[in-house]
Design a protein around this ligand. Structure first.
Ligand SMILES: C[S@@+](CC[C@H](N)C(=O)[O-])C[C@H]1O[C@@H](n2cnc3c(N)ncnc32)[C@H](O)[C@@H]1O
Length: 206
């Protein structure tokens, strides 16, 4: 069984979570695009003047054009990640739902937490159920579905609000907003230094 999360990336449009980030972040803020894929959101944010760094698997980074990669502050791979910089905001758009192992999703969130400055914001967008389970080539796998008719598959897990709350219970983030869009859920979470343990992963209305 070969699962290639890299194959889920698309080039068109801009994720709503990137627009949400733009609304809330100043142009001087340092942004990390976590699971940047084919760079559609990171290029958009660059065009708006942000200082953007990117992270994805080595395989995905190597597929991108050198001339594109040169535009970014730092380029990290999941395999080599000596990240020394801290970020004001992290965008993580349609990444969590392509990861088949539940503990790997928590690892991504914990890593994002580590990389944020105090009060830094995480903008997370996750695919909802629409269409994933109905496709005739999909078979149940882990807590989601393997997608694709060839031997190379991708994984998709449809998320609902409750799945997101359960996921964030295992993190230290405070959730400050959860929005439902047509195909996705957008969550904005903050690294608050004064959060008590019993508030981890809970909603805070600001
Ligand atoms: C559906 S694409 C989304 C790409 C981009 N964020 C966007 O919205 O266009 C998912 C991306 O997450 C990457 N990915 C999967 N697991 C990851 C992990 N553990 N850490 C970082 N990136 C990961 C994949 O390689 C792929 O590029």
């Amino acid at each position: 069984l070969i699962i290639k999360p890299e194959n889920t990336a698309i080039t068109t449009g801009v994720a709503k979570s990137a627009l949400e980030l733009e609304k809330r972040c100043r142009v001087v803020d340092k942004i990390l695009d976590y699971g940047a894929g084919k760079l559609r959101n990171s290029k958009y944010l660059l065009s708006k003047g942000y200082n953007v760094s990117i992270l994805d698997t080595k395989l995905q980074i190597e597929k991108q054009k050198q001339s594109d990669l040169e535009l970014f502050g730092k380029i990290y791979t999941t395999e080599e990640f000596p990240a020394i910089e801290m970020y004001d905001a992290i965008l993580c758009s349609f990444v969590i739902n392509v990861i088949a192992e539940p503990f790997e999703r928590v690892k991504v969130l914990n890593k994002a937490y580590e990389l944020l400055k105090d009060n830094g914001l995480l903008f997370l967008e996750i695919r909802k159920g629409n269409g994933i389970s109905q496709n005739k080539y999909n078979v149940p796998y882990s807590d989601g579905f393997l997608v694709g008719k060839n031997e190379i598959k991708t994984f998709q897990k449809p998320f609902n609000k409750n799945d997101i709350f359960l996921l964030f219970k295992n993190t230290k983030f405070a959730i400050i907003e959860l929005k439902t869009c047509s195909d996705s859920l957008i969550l904005i979470a903050q690294k608050l230094m004064e959060v008590n343990e019993n508030e981890y992963g809970k909603i805070r209305v600001n």
